[in-house]
Design a protein around this ligand. Structure first.
Ligand code: SF4
Length: 250
């Protein structure tokens, strides 16, 4: 069976879990798929790393409705290793996309079982309902690991809520084609704001709100934004005001 690839503490935000975790030296892993391509419900963030047909060089391509750039797609365009790992994971899972049990087996077979926390998708999203179910089945089997994920696949999140194990924190992410369902069903959610003054919710800088059951929260815009865009103006403003917004990956 094709092993999937997990990464250990891929970015500053994941490393910062130790700021609040009761575990001494927590072991944090992440798992990713190709951004944009695996995000069927993304709207204002949808961005892709696309290889040029002639040169093979990858570039960032904005989705039709994108308002800001997904930083994990930017990194896939920049770094071969990141791109290749996520492509490998995505292609391997797509081979079994109609079969939750096969995807479950694939994930379980590759799981770093000594993990304390696993961030599902630094890049990517739940590309279908079977795949989300596969992760819930894995989490159920490993109750000592805390899993968490953001998703724009809100309908599948709502439909599978009754099967979600307690050790899997799922966060509905605004900016999806299915945003209306988040409010209608009062789901735990996160929204990206361009400045701290835009929200009255807590801002999560270290995954505390994402992992723990403390309700909805906001995230500050980060990454490299297209010149002249609303996103790049927001980053300049925060730079001028000395506001901490950046961490290296989603
Ligand atoms: S921000 Fe998330 S949902 Fe949006 S394109 Fe990137 S990986 Fe996909």
């Amino acid at each position: 069976m094709n092993e999937l690839k997990f990464s250990k503490e891929t970015n500053a935000k994941l490393k910062s879990i130790k700021e609040w975790s009761p575990i001494d030296k927590p072991r944090v892993y992440s798992f990713s798929l190709l951004s944009g391509f695996s995000c069927p419900k993304a709207l204002d963030c949808q961005t892709y790393a696309v290889a040029d047909k002639v040169t093979g060089k990858r570039k960032v391509v904005d989705g039709k409705h994108s308002e800001f750039r997904c930083f994990s797609a930017i990194q896939e365009a920049q770094y071969n290793e990141t791109y290749n790992q996520r492509k490998h994971n995505f292609d391997s899972l797509l081979e079994h996309k109609e079969d939750a049990y096969k995807m479950f087996a694939l994930i379980e077979n590759s799981l770093p079982v000594n993990a304390d926390y696993i961030r599902v998708h630094v890049g990517g999203d739940f590309f279908n309902e079977n795949y989300m179910l596969a992760w819930y089945m894995v989490a159920k089997l490993y109750p000592s690991i805390k899993f968490y994920a953001y998703t724009k696949s809100i309908r599948w999140m709502a439909e599978l809520e009754y099967l979600r194990p307690d050790n899997f924190s799922m966060i509905a992410s605004y900016g999806s084609k299915e945003d209306a369902l988040i409010d209608e069903l009062n789901l735990k959610s996160a929204n990206v704001v361009f400045h701290p003054s835009e929200t009255d919710k807590p801002i999560d800088h270290n995954e505390y709100y994402a992992i723990n059951d403390k309700g909805s929260f906001s995230l500050l815009l980060h990454g490299t934004q297209k010149q002249g865009s609303k996103g790049s103006e927001a980053l300049s403003k925060m730079n001028k005001e000395n506001i901490k917004y950046s961490y290296s990956k989603k």
